[in-house]
Write a protein that binds this ligand. Structure first.
Ligand SMILES: NC(=O)c1ccc[n+]([C@@H]2O[C@H](COP(=O)([O-])OP(=O)(O)OC[C@H]3O[C@@H](n4cnc5c(N)ncnc54)[C@H](O)[C@@H]3O)[C@@H](O)[C@H]2O)c1
Length: 280
């Protein structure tokens, strides 16, 4: 398929698989990442197996860096047809160390206190997560949509999370950022899918996939699984984590105007049933 697909965060656990799978259909894949070395490895692997891919350095929190990446993508492959916003972070210092309040938590207000609670989380760490996950998605859309508006068949796909729907414990900034991406997906579809803009905007909400982003939350240093992993599996009717490749069908569906040309503002959860299962 002749499409230029731009994927942010494509050096990472999920994005690298998205890049490889999209390249298999003959699409030209632009691999954007903060970590140029990781992006370069993914591009190299795709080219070695006959695909078309190139790596571009990009920090989604820096508009100038996104604009430079856009210029470079245009020169290398042409205008972006599909943008997948996959760059995202968790920050250990933006998480609480406890699932719920315990008496006395309000007294530990020093930010160097190892126990992180509502009362001593550092706002700048929360903002960092919001900046990458939400503002980074917004800014990438702002920059790449310049090449997409008014053309037939272009689309944007955001990556949200189960945390956008359920108030998952310990990750207030991550959950808020993904809820914001969910709302922004619908806002942007209202704005840009009209007869003039013609860009469809949808999202995929992954369930649980083991990647560098979340490895420490689900696997102990000795290789055994954490209690949080057990909670996830208990609430997942299919009884297992997902494989990154299992997200690709939903992405390709949204990317292909033949399959989803009248669909915008939607989210598909790829979660083994997690969202529809209360776990009791
Ligand atoms: N792994 C999961 O189970 C899961 C579940 C739901 C949602 N997600 C979302 O999927 C996306 C990808 O997650 P992953 O599991 O592949 O994580 P990952 O940590 O493996 O990959 C994230 C990539 O984003 C890049 N990145 C980080 N900050 C950046 C920035 N400022 N500019 C450009 N690139 C930047 C990193 O270098 C990394 O390559 C994230 O948005 C994440 O929130 C993941």
């Amino acid at each position: 398929m002749e499409q230029v697909v731009v994927i942010t965060g494509a050096g990472g656990g999920l994005g690298s698989i998205f890049a490889k799978e999209f390249a298999k259909d003959g699409r030209k894949v632009a691999i954007l990442d903060f970590n140029l070395e990781a992006a370069g490895r993914v591009a190299e692997e795709i080219r070695a197996s006959g695909g078309r891919a190139a790596a571009f350095s990009c920090d989604v929190t820096d508009k100038a860096s996104l604009e430079a990446a856009r210029r470079n993508v245009r020169e290398t492959f042409g205008a972006c047809d599909v943008l997948i916003n996959c760059a995202g972070i968790q920050d250990p210092l933006a998480k609480t160390t406890k699932e719920a309040y315990e008496p006395g938590d309000e007294l530990g207000t020093e930010t160097d206190d190892e126990s992180r609670t509502l009362f001593n989380l550092d706002g700048s760490r929360l903002l960092k997560v919001m900046n990458v996950n939400w503002l980074g998605t917004f800014t990438a859309c702002q920059v790449f949509a310049v090449d997409m508006v008014g053309r037939e068949g272009c689309s944007i796909i955001n990556i949200t999370s189960m945390a956008a729907y359920d108030a998952l414990s310990m990750v207030p900034a991550y959950a808020s950022s993904k809820a914001a991406v969910d709302m922004f997906t619908r806002w942007l579809s209202n704005y840009i899918s009209n007869e003039y803009g013609k860009v469809r905007v949808n999202a995929v909400a992954p369930g649980y996939f083991l990647t560098p982003l979340n490895h420490d939350m689900y696997v102990n240093p000795d290789g055994s699984y954490t209690a949080r992993y057990d909670h996830v599996i208990h609430r997942t009717p299919m009884g297992r984590l997902g494989e990154p490749e299992e997200l690709v069908g939903a992405l390709k569906f949204f990317a292909d105007p033949q399959l989803s040309g009248y669909i915008t503002g939607q989210v598909i959860a790829v979660d083994g049933g997690f969202l529809s299962c209360p776990g009791i």
